[in-house]
Write a new protein. Sequence first.
Length: 400
Amino acid sequence: MRDHRRHAGAGCRDGGDPGADQGDAVKAGWEVKPLEKCIEPFKVAGKIPRKQFQSEGPFPIVSQEADYINGYWADEANLNKIAKPLVIFGDHTQVIKYIDFDFVVGADGVKVLQPRDGLDAKFFAYFLEAHPVKSLGYARHFRHMRSLSVPIPPLEEQKRIVAVLDAAFEGLTRAKENAEANLQNARELFESATDAVFSTSGNWTQVPIGDFGEVFDGPHATPKTVDSGPLFLGISSLVDGRIELTKTRHVTDEDYATWTRRVEPREDDVVFAYETRLGQIGLIPPDLKCCLGRRMGLVRLDQSKVRPDFFVLCYLSPHFQRFIADKTVKGATVDRISVKDFPNFPFPLPDIKSQGLIVEQLHAIRHEHDKLLISCKNKLKDIADLRQSLLQKAFAGELT
């Protein structure tokens, strides 16, 4: 089986408006063409639905997911045999892939972009990476790229620019892999410490969550969001026991009143995802006026029996995460846990004093863990910024 990993080309990145950084000046000897004039038709030999992907086979499947190869296929009738390299663009995800091998197309959202003669495919892939459009979530993005104009130097210059970028990005890729490995090590360190603490939870009293907490289901609809006002919490805001306010939106005061009829979140309430992002949980901080989003539940704890911070740490522990996995109901579109059954979930509960000691111990470890995370994330951001800076220079004709 051929190793396709080395062919990974551009990648993906959220950005602003199409063409925002293209500039007005074009280097002498370069020509500018509308993006649609740079590509030619490509007839796809069928598309394979995601649920039919195979784990092995003679032909690689390329779709819009981040992984370069997304599955395998055995039927040669669906194989696209290419005469020259091309580019795959994820219409929903903005993932960009340089392809120089025969492949099978995954299902929805795959745009196959065949550059015309005179335009190097990898140069074109790098151009698309350098000019992302503003993320529209899972909406389609390619229609917003039609206004892009592609600066095209002579073919030999294109190849030179690609060679320079390839060499630079090889070093950046190694640095990125090292930073990601350190990030994963930091997470595993905290998980290991948590697992060690809660590995004795079998000796604690197993208490149904409903015996010490009242469980509420969030609304089953999404309000129109606005630029300011009370916060609307989505499940994407739940990150490893915290609520990331950068991932929230706002609602009007009128919609806030409607969306808090079931429950109005207050300090030390616990919110959790019961669909899609299973296992994620967060604690409502002081003075946060917010309402729940879809697929989110809330637990209001009896704090004479359980500390909210203990509940969150225990919920995030590998021990309880395995329990959540066992309780997961696999759906056709999303996985979920039953909100109706949630109050009956057994929860390991030592006495209040022991809970406090455990929280103190794990918070000290998490403090060190957080410092490592911040350092690794800053490193990854620096690498991404440097990559984008090199791309901008390349298409301004400033790369030497």
